[in-house]
Design a protein around this ligand. Structure first.
Ligand code: GTP
Ligand code: MG
Length: 325
């Protein structure tokens, strides 16, 4: 049996190797993804995002155990660290935070670090999720630090987005919160055991009421848009995890019944294809223009001698390949 077949048979070491190939974006990894694709499309992807240290890993640990116990499906956790080019440091802490889940043979935990661009990370995360989906994980939890673009990327990737907040983070992240509300399907105020949790909860409730006024008008329309669920939790003790798990399953059911699940899948795959094409075209263009010339063009733009638009007009076209006409 080769690596893909062993992965499909559920062999953990093979799955780990496949993930490494995908993370490194090797030709073998791309071939593997192609072969795994027909087996994918069943998993429910749950994004967990929020400011650093709010308790995302601790919650992921609890949620993984609860989903595993309740649904019987296998659960995978992907911890994505966009700030670090190495997965070493984050991994060590995550191993501690997720040690109960890590010792369960039906829960698979993996840390991924950024290689190169953020867009690259989004793509390899999507690839990793596809591997885990294909080899039979019914739930895939994707943890990422809410640091700008990364939570938007995870929101595009996931079916259900959990945004984690905690008391005492200060006002500077209020701006993030405003943007984050739009992507949240479930909002968790973690560290509810700490002082100030009530205030955080109240502030978020007020923001939700402003963003979703129809929550309070009884329209009787069954196909209403999803109203984000607001919860509090203490990840360290497990308080609130039952309700969080219930909310995740409720949102999954909502997506299935409303047709939103299929829609998100289609949109996600379309976008993945677009990113692949863009990457390929950029590589082809660089190859044609050459490193030296690319450097010269970049320098001229940096010196404001020419505009990026002018550079595109002058050098942007890739000559047509006659074979494909
Ligand atoms: N008091 C209290 N501490 C908590 C709670 N949940 C997590 N912690 C602690 O908060 C710290 C950060 O928890 P993590 O789960 O690593 O948080 P994170 O959001 O994954 O952190 P990053 O991945 O580094 O952004 C750890 O020391 C946890 O033990 C909670 O509900 N209450
Ligand atoms: Mg973490």
């Amino acid at each position: 049996m080769d690596l893909v077949e062993r992965g499909l048979a559920g062999e953990r070491l093979a799955i780990a190797r496949l993930l490494t190939q995908v993370e490194n974006d090797t030709p073998a990894g791309q071939k593997a993804l192609d072969r795994l694709f027909p087996h994918s499309g069943k998993a429910h992807l749950v994004g967990i995002t929020g400011a650093p240290g709010t308790g995302k890993s601790s919650l992921a640990n609890r949620l993984a155990l609860a989903l595993r116990a309740e649904s019987g499906a296998k659960v995978a956790v992907l911890a994505v660290d966009p700030s670090s080019p190495f997965s070493g440091g984050a991994l060590l802490g995550d191993r501690l935070r997720m040690k109960e889940a890590a010792s369960d043979p039906d829960i698979f935990i993996r840390s991924m670090a950024s290689r190169g661009t953020l867009g690259g990370l989004a793509r390899t995360t999507a690839g990793a999720a596809q591997v885990l989906d294909a080899v039979g994980f019914g739930w895939i939890l994707i943890e990422t630090v809410g640091a700008g673009q990364s939570e938007v990327d995870v929101a595009r990737l996931a079916h259900t987005v959990i945004v984690v907040d905690a008391p005492g983070l200060g006002d500077d992240i209020q701006a993030i919160k405003a943007g984050i509300l739009e992507i949240a399907d479930i909002l968790v105020v973690n560290k509810a055991d700490l002082e100030g949790a009530e205030n955080t909860l109240r502030a978020l409730r007020a923001m939700l009421e402003m963003a979703y006024p129809e929550r309070h008008s009884d329209s009787g329309n069954k196909m209403e848009r999803w109203q984000p669920i607001l919860l509090s939790a203490v990840a360290t003790t497990g308080e609130g995890i039952f309700d969080l798990t219930k909310a995740v399953r409720q949102h999954a059911r909502y997506l299935q019944e409303s047709g939103g699940w299929k829609h998100r899948e289609a949109e996600r795959l379309r976008r993945e294809f677009e990113l692949l094409v863009r990457d390929r075209l950029w590589e082809q263009w660089k190859e044609r223009v050459g490193v030296k010339q690319l450097h010269k063009i970049s320098e001229m733009i940096a010196q404001r001698e020419i505009s990026p638009q002018r550079a595109l007009a002058d050098w942007g076209d890739i000559p047509k390949n006659d074979e494909h006409d």
